[in-house]
Design a protein around this ligand. Structure first.
Ligand SMILES: Nc1nc2c(ncn2[C@@H]2O[C@H](COP(=O)(O)OP(=O)(O)O)[C@@H](O)[C@H]2O)c(=O)[nH]1
Ligand SMILES: [Mg+2]
Length: 362
């Protein structure tokens, strides 16, 4: 059984690539399963895999390093449920030190014929290109410390979303990344393109046959913790009710537009904003990250019903209480304009705590 760990910063495209890869494998009659990971409990990504009928289990309430025992339990559950030939483990976007705290401990308990565990680290080509060329980025140095360290421990760096920059800018990003990480294997990718996902899968296959071990990261834990705790986490469930059956789509677009404007005006670096909206039998995932233009609007379908549920996950460099206030205010206003009511349900608001790996193999 092959295990592929997929890391990288918030919003870099990990879930998208994994879902595309699972579909490509399914076409080849290969069963794949996914372990998702987040610090919170109410997760859009898990709903995203479920909606596509991709077998997924989640490790929540902390990163894989601190939840290592739960990771073993969930891997076992996944194996028993679907006997996958391939497992993708997606790490939460604020984590690093995965070679020492996840890959090496897992390799110790694997059988001799299981092959290597591959480690892809994703980076949004737009953010990577700003950072690597020294231009201004939407996050502080503390967060960018974490960003850089993530790539340093990769077996393969994937410069993802190459389609969102010009071919020249993509080539330049690749060169800049090569000069920052000279020893690394680095590839440009568009994870929405099935052919490029096939190339990634072939690469993972080749990497899992290679016996070169990955090196544990030399990580300054206090700096790492500072970078993590500069980020705010908000997971909120909201119920919208209109007076009669109506289409909630214009209200959702109105709401996200207002929220996005608040982030922009306050210069809040947005890791990602993900929303799972559900009305009757329709559900859809809406997702945007820093630098995304209006393309997310196409992700909002018609939502005809009296009641609509929205699960919102926001990870951004801001006080999480402010994130909650902004979501509440913009949701109230958008609902008011649409003559609907909104009620907040289960909510989690926090900053990532100090990372404490359960096991660490230097
Ligand atoms: N244009 C483009 N969008 C992408 C690509 N990969 C991911 N995305 C989008 O980027 C956003 C974040 O992706 P997601 O997979 O949720 O990122 P994660 O937080 O790393 O799991 C979503 O809106 C995706 O549709 C890509 O290669 N090209
Ligand atoms: Mg994800």
């Amino acid at each position: 059984m092959q295990v592929h760990l997929v890391g990288g910063f918030l919003g870099s495209g990990k879930s998208t690539a994994i879902a595309m890869a699972c579909k490509a494998l399914a076409e080849r009659k290969i069963t794949a399963g996914v372990v998702t990971n987040d610090l919170g409990r109410y997760l859009v990504d898990t709903a995203f895999f479920d909606a596509q009928k991709i077998p997924a289990v989640q490790v929540t309430g902390g990163c894989l390093c601190s939840q290592y025992d739960d990771l073993l339990i969930k891997l076992d559950r996944l194996k028993r449920a679907v006997q996958p030939e391939v497992i993708f483990i997606e790490t939460v976007g604020c984590s690093a030190d995965l070679v020492a705290a996840v890959i090496k401990p897992l390799l110790e308990v694997r059988g001799p014929h299981d092959g290597n565990i591959t480690f892809s680290v994703f980076a949004d080509t737009r953010l990577l290109s700003l950072w690597a060329s020294g231009e201004s980025v939407p996050f502080s140095n503390k967060v960018m410390y974490l960003y850089g360290r993530q790539m340093e421990e990769a077996g393969l760096i994937v410069l993802n979303k190459r389609d969102l920059v010009s071919p020249g800018r993509a080539r330049q990003a690749l060169e800049d990344a090569r000069s920052r990480f000279p020893a690394k294997q680095i590839a440009l990718q568009n994870s929405l393109d099935p052919l490029q996902i096939d190339i990634w899968l072939d690469e993972l296959d080749a990497l899992s046959r290679r016996s070169t071990p990955l090196n544990s990261l030399q990580l300054e834990y206090n700096h790492y913790a500072e970078g993590r705790s500069a980020l705010g986490w908000l997971d909120v469930n909201l119920d919208f009710t209109s007076q009669s059956i109506s289409n909630h789509r214009p209200m959702v677009i109105d709401w996200i537009t207002a929220l996005e404007r608040e982030f922009r005006q306050r210069n809040i670096g947005l890791g990602h904003l993900k929303m799972m909206v559900k009305a009757g039998k329709t559900d859809a995932r809406v997702s945007l990250t820093t630098g995304d233009a209006a393309g997310w609007r196409a992700q909002v379908p018609d939502l005809r019903c009296r009641e609509m549920h929205a699960l919102v996950n926001i990870r951004a460099e801001a006080d999480p209480t402010l994130l909650r206030e902004l979501v509440q205010q913009t949701a109230q206003s958008a609902a008011g304009r649409a003559e609907s009511q909104v009620e907040e349900k289960e909510t989690e608001v926090f900053r990532p705590d100090y990372p404490k790996p359960k096991r660490r193999v230097p």
